[in-house]
Design a protein around this ligand. Structure first.
Ligand code: NAD
Ligand code: APR
Length: 239
């Protein structure tokens, strides 16, 4: 029986753009209206917790908009996972839930997610669907502590890094989709995959900052180029 290749996929804001979720760094991007240090740093949260909670509450609410649905690129990655099973790992920098809504299973949210909150003191995580208010407190501490978004802010450590590094060290293909390559450590994954001898592929609207590190690149909208790439990849596997 043919052995399947190990595939690691990294996604960023670009994969959700055509589902109606703004990216971070586009001209109309998410950070445009807010200084990033106000809404995406632990110091910003200390200074003005209400502003930070409201920023993420608004982003969570957006995910209940019926117009916001997983798109063809999210769905193509489910098809890829179904073909590869345990040989597939999806790592996303996105904090939306569109990959899981599409049906992805083996998924790491390395920058956290909007549907979990955690105790700002102990780190205990709680599932969360609605707005977080300044009145909301944990049930794990005495006295109860403030809850915070389960989001990795600048200066904080991304999640599950050791599992990601292990997968990269053993991958045959690394596919980066819809990410600008501005933010480390995610922007360095391509080098880890290159060191592992993997074929490294960038799928993005335009060349990212780390373009020169990829062995292959395809540019266009994610809803077009991702399904196309996945179809060709699966055809090659069968052939
Ligand atoms: P980093 O490499 O992520 O950031 C480098 C520097 O660039 C930082 O000082 C940051 O403030 C700045 N920067 C990045 N984008 C900017 C923008 N659009 N406008 C102005 N400044 C910008 O290093 P770090 O600070 O150590 O971040 C640690 C981790 O936190 C990273 O992995 C990052 O992805 C994560 N993070 C997640 C979120 C989120 O909302 N999910 C937000 C911020 C950071
Ligand atoms: N199809 C494919 N790519 C697209 C599309 C699209 N329809 N629309 C935009 N893109 C590309 C852009 O060209 C850009 O290169 O997606 C990329 C989005 O880049 P960013 O907005 O910088 O988002 P991302 O790379 O995910 O940001 C990384 O930075 O702010 C932090 O933690 C936050 O997870 C985030 C991280």
């Amino acid at each position: 029986m043919q052995t399947l290749p190990n595939v690691v996929v990294l996604t960023g804001a670009g994969i959700s753009a055509e589902s109606g979720i703004q990216t971070f760094r586009a001209a109309d991007g998410l950070w445009e209206n807010y200084p990033v240090e106000d809404v995406a740093t632990p110091e910003g949260f200390e200074r003005n917790p209400q502003l930070v909670q409201e920023f993420y509450n608004a982003r969570r609410r957006k995910l209940f908009d019926p117009a916001v649905q997983p798109n063809a690129a999210h769905l193509a990655l489910v098809q890829l996972e179904q073909a590869l099973g345990k040989y597939f790992l999806l790592v996303t920098q996105n904090i939306d839930n569109l990959h899981e809504r599409a049906g992805s299973k083996n998924l790491i949210h390395m920058h956290g997610d909007l549907f979990t909150v955690r105790c700002s003191w102990s780190g205990k995580e709680y599932p969360w669907q609605g707005d977080i208010t300044e009145q909301d407190r944990c049930d794990c501490c005495s006295p109860p502590r403030r809850l915070r978004p389960h989001i990795v802010w600048f200066g904080e450590m991304p999640l599950e890094m050791s599992r990601i590094s292990t997968a990269l060290a053993d991958c045959d293909y690394f596919i980066s989709i819809g990410t600008s390559g501005n933010v480390y450590p995610a922007a360095g994954f391509v080098q880890e995959a290159n060191l592992a001898g993997a074929e490294t592929i960038e799928l993005n609207l335009e060349p990212s900052l780390t373009r020169s590190r990829f062995k292959q690149a395809h540019y266009g909208k994610a809803t077009q180029i991702v399904p196309q790439f996945v179809n060709e990849f699966l055809a090659q596997l069968k052939g």
